[in-house]
Design a protein around this ligand. Structure first.
Ligand code: ATP
Ligand code: MG
Ligand code: MG
Ligand code: MG
Length: 563
């Protein structure tokens, strides 16, 4: 590529709207331009980086046995109603109507679409396991778009979905994906950590986030240097509170655990699919809030039930019943007095989705209630909000925890049967018995990675690309007006390209200072400078962007040196 023809508008000044360094540098180095809040165009330099990242992801996904598909951006509402998420997703999901007044959403994620695709074709266990992925634009109307491509409203995600016959199959697929993700982020050259994560709105039984360590990260993680424990801080907080609460409540007679001897009983009792996922239940009974937190475990010792009224006579209403009773599909709060609500024990309660609420009477409890959306809790009613501090005892080994900030670049989930059951994605097993497929889902924030990589690799002069995702490997800088300089530069350029090296030649008629500054700003790993002084000694100067190391290399040897 010749710089004189390359669409690379760089900026000298730091744009005022950009808060963090990666956003500033992406604008300054001409990788992106803003169209509207959280919506960006990628310029040629940005696209080159994007494609490098995509290719690494592709290669590793395919190596791990996944196959690439490409799914629609527009999803009919009916599909999302089948899973129930049409009502759960809230305003982050963009909704549109077609000319016939039919409801659609612009895909924020693709569990429903993929489940639909597979349920219509896959009928026998012989067709499993199946692992499909795509690299595609996602739209989420983020409440606070910021940090450029890190939290944008339109972004590119690699999303993958697996289908297995049984839990064991899912465990194996999940492990393979975990390893593929580790390879991907290692290959890209990121410093990251895999941490246990909350399963959030997507639901599921177990999940890990891949966090790029960076001060500007919106997530916080807690990790133990002694045991392997590492978790998203939200999760670590709930674990610590649950443990302490349980210790405190253990002896209290008030805890009622009617016929609940195992998680299975609890699952049945609460009529929830998969209490193994971290489930925070919240329900309001009369004027007292009762909260139960269930942490993924096989024993009850991590389960906390706080119960003023006894939960034994409470049966959760089904979605149909909710609609019938309230006329609203989900999230309706019954005629409950919401005075004197106390949030017991856990900050997560404030953020939970899919809570349960209802009156102090059997059959009047509604599922899928979303506190904040469906009712609000006064701040003074919130007690015991706490955060994990650096040095707090690790719940597993008791050694002090460390806290760090991270950027979530990848997220993998064991979904189980949440979607396959709701949407009837079943197969016939070896015995001809029909059963729901066991699913997993695996996301990577492709565009977010660009920002994360810059957060970790920059200095005061600009970006320092790790070689595997650098838009070019080498930048050739002819400095000076002599014809010979340009001839040597052209020659090196042609030869590097012939060797498959991605080189860019700064053939612009600019002052040396401008060329040097731009080269540093756009962060090309190797710079080859050709000037009068060097040519007199028959050498060119090689400088490495990361270490700043400079080496003089004979003109005839430079191509060999770089290749
Ligand atoms: P976050 O917690 O940052 O909002 P998320 O948990 O909502 O992310 P997932 O549903 O797990 O995101 O999506 C998979 C990946 O997509 C994330 O790990 C992240 O890298 C990326 N991603 C999610 N939202 C955005 C966004 N608004 N802009 C850019 N990338 C995003
Ligand atoms: Mg999000
Ligand atoms: Mg997240
Ligand atoms: Mg996530």
């Amino acid at each position: 590529m010749r710089m004189s023809q390359f669409y690379l508008p760089t900026l000298k000044e730091t744009p005022a709207e950009a808060e963090i360094v990666s956003h500033q540098l992406m604008l300054r180095a001409g990788l992106i331009r803003k169209l509207a809040s959280g919506i960006y165009s990628y310029l040629p330099l940005g696209v080159r980086v994007l494609q490098k990242i995509e290719n690494i992801i592709r290669e590793e996904m395919v190596r791990a046995g996944a196959q690439e598909v490409f799914l629609p951006l527009l999803h009919p509402a009916e599909l999302w109603k089948e899973s129930g998420r049409w009502y759960d997703m809230g305003p982050e999901m963009m909704r549109v109507k077609d000319r016939k007044d039919h409801d659609f959403c612009i895909g924020p994620t693709h569990e429903e679409v993929i489940t639909d695709l597979v349920r219509n074709e896959v009928r026998s266990y012989k067709q499993l396991p199946l692992n499909l992925f795509q690299i595609q634009t996602k739209v989420r109307d983020e409440i606070r778009p910021r940090f450029g491509v890190m939290r944008s409203r339109e972004f590119i995600m690699k999303d993958g979905y697996s289908f297995d016959l049984d839990e064991k199959g899912l465990d194996e697929t999940y492990q393979k994906m975990f390893e593929a993700y580790t390879r991907i982020f290692e290959r890209i050259g990121l410093e990251f950590r895999a941490v246990e994560a909350d399963t959030g709105a997507i639901g599921g039984k177990s999940s890990h986030e891949f966090m790029v360590l960076a001060e500007s990260g919106e997530d916080a993680i807690a990790y133990c240097e002694d045991c392997e424990y590492a978790a998203n801080l939200e999760l670590a907080q709930s674990e610590i509170s649950i443990k302490e609460e349980y210790e405190e409540l253990k002896d209290l007679e008030k805890i009622s655990t009617p016929n609940i001897k195992s998680i299975k009983d609890l699952e049945k009792f609460f009529d929830l699919d998969g209490c193994k996922m971290i489930k925070t239940l919240l329900y309001v009974a009369g004027d007292t809030m009762v909260a139960a937190l269930v942490r993924g475990c096989d024993e009850l010792n991590e389960v906390k039930l706080r119960n003023h009224l006894g939960v034994a006579n409470i049966r959760m209403a089904t979605d149909e019943e909710i609609i019938e009773k309230t006329g609203a599909p989900a999230g309706f709060v019954g005629p409950v007095g919401l005075k004197n609500i106390r949030i017991i024990a856990d900050p997560l309660v404030m953020r939970i989705k899919n809570g349960v609420t209802g009156a102090n009477e059997a059959d009047y409890h509604y599922r899928n209630v979303n506190p904040g959306r469906d009712f609000t809790v006064a701040e003074e009613d919130v007690v015991d909000l706490r955060t994990v501090q650096e040095g707090e005892a690790c719940v597993h080994c008791g050694k002090p925890l460390r806290i760090a900030r991270g950027i979530e670049v990848g997220h993998i989930f064991k979904l189980g049967t949440k979607y396959s059951e709701a949407m009837g994605a079943t197969i016939l097993d070896e015995n001809g018995k029909e059963r729901p497929m066991i699913m997993g889902c695996y996301g990577i924030g492709v565009t977010r990675i660009i920002g994360a990589a810059i957060e970790q690799n920059h200095d005061e002069n600009g970006i320092i690309w790790p070689m595997p995702i650098a838009p070019f490997h080498v930048i050739i800088l002819p400095i000076g007006k002599d014809d010979q300089i340009m001839e040597v530069a052209e020659d090196i350029y042609e030869k590097l390209i012939a060797q498959g090296i991605e080189a860019v030649l700064d053939d612009r008629k600019e002052r040396p200072g401008v060329k040097f500054n731009d080269a540093d700003l756009i962060g090309i790993p190797i710079r080859v400078t050709i000037g009068n002084r060097g040519l007199k000694e028959n050498v060119v100067e090689v400088k490495y962007r990361d270490t700043g190391e400079e080496v003089k290399v004979e003109v005839d040897k430079i191509v060999e040196f770089i290749v």
